[in-house]
Design a protein around this ligand. Structure first.
Ligand code: WTA
Length: 571
C-alpha cells in the first residue's frame, strides 16, 4: 500500500519528536498556557485577539483582506477595537450570553468582526455559508431559534422572515440601509459605538459556535462547540499548522464550514499568527497570486482545490514566485498520492493531510512536519487523543482490519451538544466510551491511519459535506418529481459529485430541459453545491418493503457492482 514514504524534513518544528510527545503529553499541562487557568473565567475572543492587542503583538498585522474591490489590513489592536465596537452594538440591541446570533455574509473584514464581537459578549455564533439559499437558511435559523442575524442587503432576500418568529433583529451590512422594524444599519451603529467593551467572561463549557452539518438522515444538525475548544485549537495550530511568529498563514476555507472557524479564525489567532483572507471566487491565477503577493508561508486547503490547480497545468504555477511557502496542509476528503507527488514537483513541499470533522472541533489524525508521510494515509493521532479502529460493539480491531474510525470520548474540542437533539448526540457514542466518526478506515502496523470511505450515505463533494436527505427533500418539492434518491458518484476532480435518480409524476416525460429545470430548482432552493450534477430518470426507485429508498442499490447500479443482499427490497 505504501507507495513511497516521504521522509520528514529537517527543521525547527513545534513538534520535534512525535512519539515522545504522544507518550508524555497531558492536556492539563497545555491549559496552563492560558490566563484563564488562574481565573477560571474565559472568553475565546479575549484569548484570540485582545491578549495579543495588549502585548508585544499589538501592532502586528492580524488580518490581510483582499477582494475585487478592497485591500485592507488590521493589526491585533485594530481587530480588538473593531470587534469591541461590534460587540457593543450587539449588546445595545439586547444580545446576551447564550443567544444564537447568526452571520450570513460573504467573506469580508466585517464577517470576522461580527463573529468575534458576538463571541466576546458570550453569544453562540452560527456562521452560514454565503451560498445557502432560502430553504437551507430557513432550516438552520428555525432549528437554532436564532434571534439575531447579521447579513447583507443581497443575502437578506434569502431570509424568509415570515417563517422565523424568533428572529428579532437583523443587522444589515451595506450602504444606505433603511432602519425600520427589525432592520439595523450595522455600519452606522458600529461607527458610533465605543472601542471599549466589557467582555463577557464565561465558563469553559459555555457555548461558542454552532455549525450545521449533514448526516445521512434528517435535516442538518447543529453541532455545538464551547470555549474550551481553544486548548486543542491552540496546540494543533502549533503541532500541525506549525505556526510561528513570522508566519503568514492562509486558510482557504469559508467560516461557514468548521475549517474556516477552527483554523481560519481561532487556531491561528490563538497563537498570534497573521491571517490572510481572500474574497471572491476560486481561480488558479487568483490563488497563486494571493500566495505570491502576501508571501504566504503556511497554506491550508483541500484536495479538490489542489486537483483543480493541478489540472490547470504547471505552466501557470511556474509564472508565480511561491518560494515563501514552507508548509502545506489539506483537509476534507481523501488526499490522492498523485496530488502529493504533484505538490513535491511544483512547490518542492510535501502536502500534509489532516483528518477531523465538524464534530471533533479540531484536528484528530494528522501528518506532522517532523514525521514521515506515507502518501494516502491521514497520519497519526494528535498527542492527548486516543484513536482506534473498532467494530460496531466498540471492540478494538488489529492492524489492517477495516472498521469504524473511533475516538476516545473527552478530547478538549469535542462537540458538546447536537442542538435540541440529545438522542442524536448520544447516538454518536458507544457505551464503552468510543465516539464513532461514521468513517471507515484501517491502521497499519506502525500506527498510521488509512481512510476507506464513509459508512453512511453522506456525500463529500468538493470537500463539502452534503446530506442526501436534504437534497432529496428539496427534489420532491419539484412538481415533476415523484421520488428521488441521491448518491455520491466518484469524480476525478471533485472527489464525488451528486447524482440523482428520479421517478416522475404522471404526466411528466423525461427530457434534458426537465433535468436542467430540476437542477436550477435545487440551486435556487438549497445551494449550488447541493444540486445534482447528474440526473437519471427511472420508472421506479429501489425501495425497502417499508418504503425507504435504497441508496446502496442505486450506488451499486451506478458503479456496476454486485448489489448484495436484496432481501429487504420490495418486489
Ligand atoms: C471527510 C471537515 C479523508 C470524512 C473538517 C469526515 C476526510 C468528513 C479527511 C468531515 C481526510 C475529512 N481524508 N476524508 N483527511 N478529512 N474527511 O464535517 O469523511 O465537513 O467524516 O469536516 O470529511 O467533514 P466536515
Amino acid at each position: 500500500m505504501i507507495l513511497e514514504a516521504l521522509s520528514p524534513i529537517k527543521g525547527d518544528y513545534h513538534l520535534q519528536n512525535y512519539e515522545e510527545t504522544y507518550q508524555n503529553f497531558r492536556w492539563e499541562e497545555a491549559e496552563k498556557n492560558f490566563s484563564w487557568y488562574q481565573s477560571g473565567k474565559v472568553n475565546m475572543g479575549y484569548e484570540a485577539v485582545d491578549r495579543h492587542a495588549e502585548g508585544f503583538r499589538k501592532n502586528k498585522v492580524a488580518l490581510y483582506y483582499r477582494s475585487n474591490d478592497r485591500l485592507e489590513k488590521y493589526t491585533f489592536k485594530e481587530l480588538k477595537e473593531w470587534s469591541n465596537k461590534v460587540g457593543n452594538v450587539f449588546k445595545e440591541y439586547g444580545v446576551k450570553k447564550g443567544d444564537r446570533l447568526f452571520v450570513f455574509m460573504p467573506r469580508s473584514p466585517e464577517l470576522y468582526f461580527a463573529i468575534l464581537g458576538g463571541v466576546k459578549i458570550g453569544a453562540i455564533v452560527g456562521p452560514l455559508f454565503e451560498a445557502f439559499m432560502e430553504g437551507a437558511v430557513r432550516d438552520r435559523l428555525l432549528d437554532s431559534g436564532a434571534e439575531y442575524l447579521v447579513t447583507t442587503p443581497e443575502l437578506l432576500q434569502r431570509v424568509p422572515e415570515k417563517d422565523l418568529p424568533d428572529l428579532k433583529t437583523i443587522f444589515i451590512v451595506g450602504k444606505d440601509v433603511q432602519e425600520k422594524e427589525k432592520y439595523v444599519d450595522f455600519n452606522k451603529r458600529v461607527e458610533k459605538a465605543s472601542k471599549n467593551l466589557d467582555i463577557v467572561w464565561v465558563d469553559r463549557e459555555d457555548g461558542l459556535i454552532l455549525h450545521y452539518t449533514s448526516g445521512s438522515t434528517g435535516k442538518p444538525k447543529g453541532v455545538l462547540h464551547i470555549h474550551n475548544a481553544m486548548i486543542q485549537q491552540y496546540m494543533t495550530a502549533k503541532w500541525v499548522l506549525d505556526l510561528k511568529e513570522e508566519d503568514i498563514y492562509w486558510c482557504t476555507a469559508d467560516p461557514g464550514w468548521v475549517t474556516g472557524t477552527s483554523y481560519g479564525i481561532f487556531g491561528p489567532w490563538l497563537v498570534g499568527a497573521t491571517n490572510v483572507v481572500i474574497g471572491g471566487r476560486f481561480s488558479p491565477e487568483n490563488w497563486y497570486k494571493a500566495l505570491e503577493d502576501f508571501g504566504v508561508t503556511v497554506w491550508y486547503s483541500a484536495p479538490t482545490a489542489f486537483r483543480m490547480l493541478m489540472g490547470a497545468g504547471d505552466e501557470i504555477v511556474n509564472r508565480y514566485d511561491l518560494t515563501s511557502l514552507r508548509h502545506i496542509l489539506s483537509v476534507g476528503e481523501p488526499l490522492n498520492p498523485e496530488v502529493i507527488r504533484w505538490g513535491m514537483k511544483v512547490f518542492g513541499l510535501r502536502i500534509h493531510d489532516t483528518w477531523w470533522m465538524t464534530e471533533t472541533g479540531a484536528h484528530i489524525v494528522c501528518n506532522y512536519p517532523s514525521m514521515e508521510i506515507r502518501p494516502g494515509s491521514m497520519g497519526k493521532p494528535i498527542p492527548g487523543v486516543e484513536v482506534a479502529i473498532v467494530d460496531n460493539q466498540g471492540k478494538e480491531l488489529p492492524p489492517y482490519q477495516m472498521g469504524n474510525l473511533a475516538i476516545k470520548k473527552g478530547w478538549p474540542s469535542m462537540m458538546r451538544q447536537i442542538w435540541n437533539n440529545p438522542e442524536k448526540y448520544a447516538s454518536y457514542f458507544l457505551p464503552n466510551g468510543w465516539y464513532i466518526s461514521g468513517d471507515s478506515a484501517y491502521m497499519d502496523e506502525d500506527g498510521y491511519f488509512w481512510f476507506q470511505g464513509r459508512i453512511d450515505d453522506v456525500i463529500l463533494t468538493s470537500g463539502e459535506r452534503v446530506g442526501p436527505f436534504e437534497v432529496e427533500s428539496k427534489l420532491v418539492e419539484h412538481p415533476a418529481v415523484a421520488e428521488a434518491g441521491i448518491i455520491g458518484k466518484p469524480d476525478p476532480i471533485r472527489g464525488e459529485i451528486i447524482k440523482a435518480f428520479i421517478s416522475l409524476r404522471d404526466g411528466y416525460e423525461p427530457s434534458e430541459q426537465l433535468k436542467e429545470e430540476i437542477q436550477a430548482f435545487v440551486k435556487k432552493g438549497l445551494a449550488a453545491h447541493a444540486a445534482p450534477r447528474e440526473i437519471e430518470f427511472l420508472d421506479k426507485l429501489p425501495k425497502t418493503r417499508s418504503g425507504k429508498i435504497m441508496r446502496r442499490v442505486l450506488k451499486s447500479w451506478e458503479l456496476g457492482l454486485p448489489t448484495g443482499d436484496l432481501s429487504m427490497m420490495e418486489d
